[in-house]
Design a protein around this ligand. Sequence first.
Ligand SMILES: Cc1ncc(COP(=O)(O)O)c(C=O)c1O
Length: 379
Amino acid sequence: MSHPYCSYRSLFPTLSTHVHLASCSQGALAQPVSKAIEEYHNGLLLSGSNWDEAIEKVEETRKKFAELIGAETDEIAVLSSVSDAISAIATSLPYQKEKNKIVFTDIDFPTVGHIWLAQEQFKDNITFIRSSNGIIHVEQYEKEVKHDTLLTCIPHVCYYNGYMQNLKVIADIVHKKGSLLFVDAYQSAGQIPINVKEMDIDILAAGTRKYMLGIPGVAFLYIKKELAENLKPRVTGWLGQEKTSEFDIYHPVFAAGARRFETGTPSFISVYAAYEAIKLLLEVGIDNIQSYLKELTRFTLHYGQEKGLHIIGPLSTKCRSSMTSFYVENASKIEGFLREKNIVVSARKDVIRIAPHFYNTKDELEYAIAELSNLINGK
Ligand SMILES: Cc1ncc(COP(=O)(O)O)c(C=O)c1O
């Protein structure tokens, strides 16, 4: 298999010394992203203050993320983490006696449970959908989402096993019951095409440090404009107001659209990084990235099994992202051993996650899987 994005590899210095297969945790840092970080830093260092430029960069970055997911710019809030984005919604939804159920799944990232179970008005009205063999059949959404469900919260891709759900099919099911759909796209944005309009998603959150190739400190919240304007955030602040420059302490008026969910000054340095990272992804093209990663995943599934490794989750590329999880008893120890060989992977509970991006090659995967198999089989 040739590597169609070979020319991009030199943009990622770490690839010359490391086999970087941890994009499900932290993507490799590209030179333009690193330069953007320096640009922000130098602005402070050499000019003292760069507030106006930084605010302008937030607007440009909002636009870029909107482009990445097919949304309008006004439908994007720039926040600090996916947890913040979920909390922004959890603390804004109105409690209605006849419609107060929250549905989420056991394949969601744990922060989803932590947040919903901390909400006094919703915590006794929660339905968990349980997976079997790491997947959730759409019939379970048909059964568990009911007419009193206010919101259904699902991951696009499961952080633990790489299982990918069909968002449009689930959107149709939950909408039939009158529920809103919240999608956690942190494990898919940057590697899988997303179009919130075509997929009919009401609310979506994604951070930038994984497949989006940024650094921690920025996450985006997409919310349909008409829906945003019916919600009154209780976690708010001066940057969520319509007129931020009037400094009127007495008469708060929420900003239009998703901006109302913003609070205070964002991590500008992370915003600079996010802008360049998303620009790079759009240049390569998410459709191209997905089709290349499918080839890599096909190879990983095949070679992993040939090496006798136990793969967690579905064995077909049809409902998988690029991340493959291998069952390992002492996963964090194995992660450390691989790191000694300059192979960067990511452990979670009892799995080693191997998560390539468009910059990786089949040879890198072959090497990492062979080393993982040697460690497990004690060679
Ligand atoms: C799917 C998913 N959602 C949410 C999170 C948590 O994101 P944050 O730390 O930005 O709140 C993670 C982190 O790994 C994740 O993988």
